[in-house]
Design a protein around this ligand. Structure first.
Ligand code: FES
Length: 498
């Protein structure tokens, strides 16, 4: 009877096993040895992050839709108590460096908040640099310790996020700085800023810019032009294929990573490895990108590997009710941003290559590239921007990443500083065509004019999930829901105390 030690299991089997573990167990496994530590930082293991829950021993890590239930009053109360105790302790600590044990009030609450802060810092420093592009959801609701700086770092590591919940946190506008460039949060579908009282119109503007621009045809035209130019200049016929049409390449179909030099395919072919993966599981592609970045580590006998050749290249990004009032025009800014987008959003911009060449998932399949030449005949080409942390353009400049403005849920409940100008920003660049749920309860400075302007740009809005102040005679007044903050007690409402 021969036995197999766990260390002899192939990495893909280990990864499969890791998928059954909770985030807490994964952290423990990562301390076993360096190879487990690397494996535990695989993107597909960290799709959904709930640091606030994890710090309190609840290691749920499934999609937020399955968790989508309002926290009960007790939970909210204890988070608030914790937040207050931690804040007091933090302020005292600045003055007399008092420790938790010496603090008279709420040492348990302070310990919990400290654990949360430590966990957040650990995630930001150790985990997100490796898995950030794979992260889809981050729930930080009712966090006692998350700061704007932390959120800013998190968002800059996670350009492909689709669900962000910052309910009742103290974040400010600067938390969203990474969304200030066009298309920076293209995948965002759910944004909950309920109770974020420091948020202003600036966040609305950043959000609107980051969601992309549906009205800009110039960037698309420019990309088509560049694509045509590249096809024309290539010495070989090139077939552009969609990511989803890719098939695992057999050993006969050589894959080549092209790193174009000076805009041309150059001849410096150096043998290396590239993943050619089953498109049915995009998680594999992201995993591959990560593992490749860590030195091209291969799985033993994995069929998905092929020998490849590397050719020098350069990245394109291196070169490259009725409205009655009219607010200030943003034409100059918009045209500047559109220009930037047009310059950087071209077909062959896999920004992983502009950061680290060996991370790129650009493959050529076709005739084998001989050293010193690019071969001949038909070739297939694909790109995927792997969105790595070092890249300022992370993950939102590829052909497949056209602006969709796919925000479906937006809650600004209690964000009382938001005005009509913020709403106008959201209604620009093509509006929010997918928005179904809009909560503007407690937005004390908005008027029916701003509401009307936004609503006219939200064709999918469901009146049942449309909330705003009862004192505004706004759009869909008969069918929309009223203010949700009347009974809330802790969020802004013009009728609080009545
Ligand atoms: Fe006016 Fe709540 S904000 S009723």
């Amino acid at each position: 009877n021969s036995s197999t030690h766990i260390s002899q299991l192939p990495a893909e089997i280990m990864l499969r096993l890791f998928h059954y573990l909770s985030p807490g167990d994964l952290c423990r496994c990562s301390q076993v040895c360096s190879s487990w530590s690397e494996l535990a930082k695989t993107g597909s293991l960290w799709r959904h992050l709930y640091p606030v829950h994890w710090a309190r021993g609840d290691y749920y890590s499934g999609p937020p839709e399955d968790l989508d239930q309002e926290p009960d009053d007790e939970w909210v109360k204890s988070r608030k108590k914790e937040g207050r105790a931690y804040q007091e302790w933090d302020e005292d600590a600045d003055v007399d460096e008092s420790d938790v044990s010496g603090h008279s009030r709420g040492s348990l609450a302070i310990n919990t908040a400290q654990r949360e802060k430590k966990l957040l810092n650990g995630i930001i420093q150790n985990l997100l640099p490796a898995v950030g592009p794979s992260v889809k959801s981050i729930v930080l609701a009712y966090s006692s310790t998350v700061s704007s700086k932390m959120v800013r770092q998190i968002l800059s590591f996670c350009p492909n996020i689709s669900h962000l919940d910052l309910t009742q946190t103290a974040v400010t506008d600067c938390a969203f700085d990474s969304w200030s460039s066009l298309g920076a949060c293209l995948s965002l579908e759910h944004l909950d800023l309920s109770g974020c009282e420091k948020i202003t119109d600036h966040t609305m503007k950043k959000l609107s810019v980051g969601l992309g621009d549906l009205t800009s045809s110039s960037c698309f035209d420019k990309r088509s032009e560049r694509r045509a130019k590249l096809l024309k200049s290539s010495p070989h016929p090139i077939t552009l294929v969609e990511e989803r049409t890719l098939r695992p390449a057999g050993r006969k179909r050589q894959a080549i990573i092209f790193k174009a030099g000076s805009g041309r395919w150059s001849a410096a072919c150096t043998p290396t490895q590239v993943w050619v993966l089953d498109p049915a599981d995009l998680a594999d592609i992201e995993d591959a990108a990560e593992w490749s970045r860590r030195g091209g580590t291969s799985l033993p006998d994995a069929e998905s590997f092929v020998e490849t050749q590397l050719v020098e290249s350069s990245c394109c990004c291196r070169r490259s009710r009725r409205s009655r009032r009219r607010g200030p025009r943003v034409g100059s800014n918009a045209s500047y941003l559109q220009q930037q987008y047009a310059l950087s959003g071209e077909m062959f911009c896999g920004h992983s290559t502009c950061c680290t060449s060996d991370m790129a998932l650009r493959t050529f399949t076709g005739p084998q590239c001989k050293s010193g030449s690019t071969g001949s005949g038909t070739a297939e080409f694909r790109t995927k921007c792997s969105s790595f942390p070092q890249c300022p353009e992370r993950g939102h400049r590829t052909e497949s990443s056209e602006a969709k403005r796919s925000l479906r849920f937006l809650s600004l409940s209690g964000c009382y500083q938001v005005t009509d100008l913020g709403l106008r920003a959201l209604s620009q660049r093509g509006g929010l065509p997918s928005l179904e749920h809009l909560n503007l309860s407690g937005c004390l400075l908005i008027t029916e004019v701003g509401l009307q302007e936004l609503v006219s740009a939200c064709p999918s809005l469901n009146d049942e999930h449309f909330y705003y102040c009862d004192n505004i005679n706004g759009p869909h007044a008969d069918t929309a829901s009223g203010c949700q903050n009347l009974q809330c007690g802790f969020r802004a409402c013009c009728r609080s105390g009545e």
